[in-house]
Design a protein around this ligand. Structure first.
Ligand code: BG6
Length: 468
């Protein structure tokens, strides 16, 4: 299923026999063998033959007999809170066609303002029982609205039926952070404040608001990207080792990270707006909505106290990247001569996790330049999937997560309390946002504010033409 299809307001019901038997197979398989969660989805889709050929950014165009059979069963029905009959009737018809005991998954790919009425409508129509519910983001716009939405949802659905989606958590390279950290003795022992000086989660985008003013002008970069996506990635980077990768343990550990986050300090926030934003169709004249947000977040626990987490995302910037960088403390280098021209980004070691498909991990360190004298230069080791694995990633974030929701696996979906906590720590900023600062399109955002935020560290996006 492509992201576009996922966002269409259509009723989707699925290939009956193969999908259902396949789902059951995997459930049995998992409980019996306790396979690592991450080994399952590739196999699930490959077995179905739905995404046979990896293409471009790690996504496949659905083809083949399974897809054709699925596609033939797509249908559309409309409903509103008062007239639920067309939807109820269409679902009944579809379920009859499918036969057996089909499971139902509602994907609320609708504007945020429509979440509550749609959930209420599903309840009133008697469609909630035994169903699953994917809710798009942003889940609320502040603490009060997130609480209200959770209350509405919980009046109709049990938390075990609810899948709050963030497609960043479905990205292969974000999932791989768990393997990188917890499957290796090499990295986890240094993954803490004794060794790491700062963390950056940086998602600059070249795109503008892509005709989404209705949504974006009421949302802005902080709600659209920082709360919704970047804090979720922070949860994966910063969590303690979970007892297992099942949904309960994984989500509990993320929730603990969010609990330990300090409320956002507004003096540690930069809000920017690209020149020309007001000319975008649909934007309110004089809008103060930020198209760039950068935040210095802090986690007050034993692992991370004192380590700044810099989160940045903005539209119409000079490059598009999705990068987590962990910068290590500088070691004593008195005995090792080094010329700053060889280390323009400082002498720190870094681990850089590029989580845009197809993704990569780079470890940057200093090495001896060949020759009779001990001179140091910058060096790196890079992990690329294609160098190590024959199989390519066939699932884009949304595809992976919708598949997980069909399977009832909530591991990569956000808990009600975790969402509320992120809005809670955002309250000081939402109530008292600093003024927006203009920036030129295709630039690196408002300066010197962005550089002041990270001082004495620097934003570091190697290969993106970044100034630092
Ligand atoms: C969406 C945001 O959730 O994520 C967009 O609403 C943003 O503003 C997009 O551009 C980025 O996601 P992707 O698909 O580039 O990883």
């Amino acid at each position: 299923m492509t992201r576009d299809i996922a966002r269409e307001p259509c009723l989707v019901h699925r290939d009956p026999e193969r999908r259902i038997s396949h789902v059951q197979d995997h459930r049995r398989h998992r409980s019996r063998q306790r396979l690592p969660r991450s080994t399952c989805p590739e196999a699930r889709c490959n077995d179905l033959g739905i995404f046979p050929a990896p293409q471009g950014r790690g996504t496949g165009k659905p083809t083949g007999a399974s897809w054709e059979a699925f596609q033939r069963r797509l249908s559309f029905a409309s409903a509103d809170p008062v007239h639920t009959f067309p939807l109820v009737e269409a679902i009944a018809r579809a379920e009859q066609q499918v036969g057996g005991a089909p499971e139902r998954l509602f994907h609320l790919a609708v504007p945020p303002a429509a979440f509550e009425p749609t959930v209420t409508m599903l309840g009133a129509a008697g469609l909630a029982r035994g169903s699953r519910l994917i809710i798009e983001k942003p889940f609320g716009t502040d603490l009060a609205s997130a609480r209200a939405l959770n209350q509405t949802v919980h009046a109709i659905f049990d938390e075990s039926q609810v899948f709050r989606i963030d497609h960043f958590l479905g990205k292969e390279s974000v999932d791989n952070i768990l393997a990188f950290r917890f499957a290796n003795g090499l990295f986890e022992p240094v993954w803490n404040r004794q060794h790491i000086a700062y963390v950056q989660i940086d998602v600059p985008e070249m795109v503008a608001i892509e005709g989404r003013a209705d949504f974006y002008d009421h949302t802005g970069a902080y709600r659209d990207m920082i709360v919704t996506h970047l804090f979720q990635v922070l949860g994966v980077v910063a969590m303690e080792p979970p007892t297992s990768l099942d949904a309960r343990h994984l989500r509990d550990e993320t929730a603990k990270v969010f609990d330990a986050l300090k409320p956002i300090d507004v003096t540690h926030v930069v809000r920017g707006q690209y020149a020309g934003y007001h000319n975008e169709p649909g934007v309110t004249p004089g809008s103060q909505t930020e198209t760039l947000a950068a935040v210095r977040a802090e986690i007050d626990n034993w692992r991370w106290a004192g380590v700044p987490f810099f989160l940045r995302s903005g539209k119409r910037l000079a490059a598009s990247r999705q990068l987590v960088t962990l910068g290590f403390h500088e070691p004593p280098l008195r005995m090792l001569p080094i010329h700053s021209k060889h280390t323009p980004n400082g002498r720190r070691n870094e681990i850089a996790i590029d989580f845009a498909d197809p993704g990569s991990i780079t470890v940057r360190f200093l090495a001896k330049e060949p020759g009779a004298t001990m001179n140091l230069g910058a060096a790196e080791m890079i992990f690329r999937y294609a160098d190590s694995f024959r199989a390519a990633n066939t699932l884009e974030g949304y595809e992976r997560l919708i598949l997980d929701a069909m399977l009832g696996d909530q591991s990569l979906f956000t808990l009600a309390a975790a969402v509320e906590r992120l809005w809670d720590i955002s309250t000081p900023l939402l109530e008292n946002p600093p003024p927006i600062q203009p920036y030129a399109p295709d630039s690196w955002g408002p300066q010197p504010a962005l550089n002041h935020l990270t001082a004495p560290y620097r934003w570091h996006l190697p290969g993106a033409g970044s100034p630092s």
